[in-house]
Design a protein around this ligand. Sequence first.
Ligand code: NAD
Ligand code: UDX
Length: 461
Amino acid sequence: MSNENFIKNILCIGAGYVGGPTMAMIAAKCPRYKVTVVDVNAEKIKAWQADNLPIYEPGLLDVVKKARGRNLFFSTDTEAHIKSADIIFVSVNTPTKMYGAGAGKTADLQFWEKTARDILRVAESDKIIVEKSTLPVRTAEAMERILSSNGKGIRFDVVSNPEFLAEGTAISDLENPDRVLVGSKETERGRRARESIVEIYANWISRDRIITCDIWSAELSKLVANAFLAQRISSINSISALCEKTEADVKKVAHAIGMDSRIGLKFLNASIGFGGSCFRKDILNLVYICEYYGLHEVAEYWENVIKINEYQEGRFVQKMIHAMFNTIANKRIALFGFAFKANTGDTRESPAIYVTQKLAEERAHVVITDPKAIRNAEQDLKDIREYVEFETDPYKAAQGAHAVAILTEWDLFKTLDYKKIYENMEKPAFLFDGRNILDHRRIFDIGFNVYPIGKPPLMHF
Ligand code: NAD
Ligand code: UDX
């Protein structure tokens, strides 16, 4: 199709976990839009152009292949594509700021502001700018101020369209989302810009699932959605500690409370703690905003969601060390899983990083196995490389080990031959199930000393 036959040019700046899959889905569902994704990272762009994609996400390659070369393109030429774009999605990273004012809490908006300035410098015509990245509430105001300083008579309309996909299920989340949220200024222009974004999604999502609202509510809803999800995990994790003391079973408690339709069953799996690039960062950001507005009690309330998460990670490692007679120096310990959740190779904020660091501090020999995350794990652990080994085969990882700890709930780890694993381990053999994915009674009967989350341990001595 020649350029003239496309009804609009969409550009996305940032070809990461959000930009790549989101734009691939838009292109696949909307053949009449030309979609280009740019990134400063040339290697990443090269990977998007080939079949060895830069991220692992089930089903993603099929969606990319459907549109790539037809109406989906990947490029490093940001300037040229800014010029020709009608709509620009900005999906750059917004990590926690690690320097200066707000360090360790607020979002680092340097990548975001750089894109605003690139757009300002290069643009020659009116454009709709879409906030796809997760941003502090009222960022659109700053964006509009920067963009309206152009002096070229160009009009920019800023729209907020936060992304709710979860990694590992990104394709089904994008294809069939619970909702899409589009916020804009409540002016005639603002509403018109908002409708242009709604029209894109309406190609495959029914309009009753596309929520429109003012821009501040849209920005804030994204932070609040992640805070509420993380809060559920911290709530059930806090109860898991109590279950271990009282012989209650956290899975049974979660089921019993979740059957109440007001509570619901989802997101009540007790674990070693939540990881991922979003929850911690977005809650810290929320906390910072509350503090900025003098809402100290509100800030403290949300900060506790993170504190419980840290407590849960710490508790898990302490339990391991304590169970193994308070000394793990030179003991081989196999970690099953390093990704922050199953079905992704992403290890950002993975609890496995913390667990490995703590075990290495105790001079254990840690062997890590994961179906997709070893490459990222190698990067994360480069400073403690002498204590760590990587092994693709879980059976080999566990060979001669004193303990196995399950840190990611990959299906693969549910179906391994644990009898065979047990036979090749040092005795007494320990299994710490940080995801509660195994049949603990069966594992105990094989001979393991079993330490689940939120249930008393099953010990042979
Ligand atoms: P990411 O790090 O995977 O991708 C961001 C990309 O932006 C990187 O490839 C980086 O090279 C690129 N980039 C940075 N500055 C650039 C510039 N000036 N020009 C061109 N490219 C530039 O991050 P991500 O996980 O995709 O997250 C992006 C945003 O989406 C964040 O705000 C995040 O909070 C939000 N979000 C993430 C998820 C998720 O599951 N990962 C879900 C919802 C929302
Ligand atoms: C999250 C939000 O779910 C998504 O809507 C948002 O767009 C980005 O942040 P993500 O971080 O990719 O998505 O994965 P998610 O499924 O939310 O899991 C986050 C962490 O919580 C993982 O470490 C996961 O293992 C953990 N988790 C999740 C639990 O420990 N228990 C649960 O019941 C659910």
